[in-house]
Write a protein that binds this ligand. Structure first.
Ligand SMILES: [Zn+2]
Length: 464
């Protein structure tokens, strides 16, 4: 089947720019319009004005109305949602079994409000754990609300929509085989330059940095791994480019990536967490991840489905309140986070997640039963590394794939090995392999920790 992307890829550059702008115009008209967009865009501002007590009451009212509605209209939830009253809406929610992506996929039409589905709506796709794509459907209002919150989030951090920004995302718009620039596209509608992150390499980096200086975008948004590559490129090539701010999404941000952006560009990363269920949480100026109580209910649960107290990592489970077309109630995201019990003090009156620890799939279980979910701890004192990926090949065998920078020598390796073994513990073997690049997922994301134990999936490094 020929898709819009295939058609775009086949076009010569000027025609492609024109076509991409026409598509962008249509999407923009569809997404940045109407009351839902305006309401979404004003939400974080509202979280600054209203007290938590008031927000929580409003959340409970919304949740009650939502559960009542879908219990009556959606076959899948008829039995799943128990009856109840306004007073116990929180415990009523807690009695609904959490929903996995694969369950949602298997439920198919049973999870959809068939009457609403007759109206035009948005259809999105993500990959399921079995590799089968999960198709989700949103009303346009739900979509607009999401775009609105994200825009409002950018705006609160000083993003000015009148200024040019750069996107480093997973969109494919330049053929992989292309060896010469341009590897980018100017979108006049969103006032954006898009860089094709699939073309980032040592050989092409000077072209990218030159384009960066020419366009001089004031903000950067995109995947942390792509931001990292571009920032190290700027540093190595002595670029004087300085953005006002960097916004990241889609992957867990590593402390080393935040430090690099601070060092090279002199600004902070503002990260937000979101997925099929929309914009779930975003970082305030103090770095805490604030949730959005009027669009979703966020829970952190242990493996048995029990709510976890602050300080204890567990799975993020989200109930999306904005999409009655295909409601995801207590949707298991497969991502790990930790509630904070501190009053943030930044001015947003919403609860916060201290940190988001990444995908549960990336969790590595050590022979002694301990779990490691992030590379941060191992890379803390590592020097001269561009990118790294830890792969657990067997229960007791680890390989760290490293894309080295100049100066990465035996000393650095020894240091890294000592640090890694100190954390991985005795009784495991640990090897460092130097590679030119790390392969990303189909959508251009980097998985920083991969376990091949028990699933045989994810080993995608390229030597050479
Ligand atoms: Zn805060």
């Amino acid at each position: 089947m020929t898709t819009v992307t295939d058609l775009l890829l086949a076009m010569p550059h000027p025609a492609r720019v024109l076509a991409a702008n026409v598509v962008a115009y249509r999407l923009d008209r569809q997404r940045r319009a109407g009351r839902a967009y305006v309401a979404g865009r004003g939400l974080i501002e509202e979280y600054r004005k209203c007290e938590w007590n008031d927000l929580e009451k409003r959340q409970h009212r919304l949740l009650l109305g939502f559960l009542e509605r879908i219990k009556h209209r959606i076959p899948f939830y008829r039995e799943r949602i128990p009856g109840g009253t306004a007073a116990d809406v929180a415990s009523r929610l807690a009695s609904i079994p959490p929903l996995t992506k694969d369950e949602a996929r298997l439920a198919g039409k049973g999870l959809i409000d068939s009457e609403m589905a007759r109206d035009r709506h948005f259809v999105g796709r993500t990959s399921g754990s079995t590799g089968t794509p999960f198709v989700f459907r949103l009303t346009y209002d739900a979509l607009r609300c999401r775009v609105g919150i994200r825009d409002g989030f950018y705006e609160l951090h000083g993003f000015d929509f009148g200024e040019l920004n750069l996107r480093l995302g997973g969109r494919l718009f330049v053929r992989a085989a292309r060896k010469r620039p341009p590897f980018w596209l100017r979108d006049h509608v969103a006032n954006q330059v898009l860089f094709s992150i699939y073309h980032f390499s040592e050989g092409t980096m000077p072209y990218f940095v030159e384009a960066l200086e020419k366009y001089n975008p004031r903000y950067i948004t995109g995947y942390p791994s792509a931001v990292q590559l571009l920032a190290s490129g700027c540093r190595d090539l002595g670029s004087r480019y300085r953005p006002k701010g960097v916004f990241t999404d889609s992957e867990t941000v590593l402390d080393a990536q935040r430090a690099l952006v601070r060092e090279v560009w002199g600004c902070e990363i503002h990260d937000y967490y979101g997925m099929e269920v929309g914009w779930v949480a975003g970082q305030c100026a103090r770095g805490a991840y604030h949730i959005s109580p009027l669009t979703s209910v966020v829970e952190v649960l242990d493996e048995g489905g029990n709510a976890l107290p602050p300080g204890v990592p567990g799975e993020i489970v989200v109930t999306d309140l904005t999409n009655p077309l295909m409601p995801l109630v207590r949707y298991r995201t497969g991502d790990l986070a930790v509630w904070s019990d501190r009053e943030c003090g930044c001015g947003w009156h919403t609860p916060t997640l201290e940190r988001i620890e990444g995908r549960m799939d990336d969790l590595v279980i050590l022979p002694d039963g301990r779990k490691i979910g992030r590379l941060d701890h191992i890379l803390k004192s590592a020097a001269n590394i561009r990118e790294a990926q830890l792969v657990q090949e067997k229960l007791d065998r680890f390989v760290l794939y490293v894309v080295p920078e100049q100066g990465f020598d035996r000393n650095c390796e020894d240091h890294l090995r000592r640090d890694a073994l100190a954390r991985l513990g005795r009784g495991v073997s640990f090897e460092i392999r130097r590679v030119h690049r790390l392969d990303k997922t189909r959508t251009g994301k980097l998985r920083s920790v991969v376990s091949l134990v028990g699933n045989g999936d994810g080993g995608n490094q390229k030597d050479g």
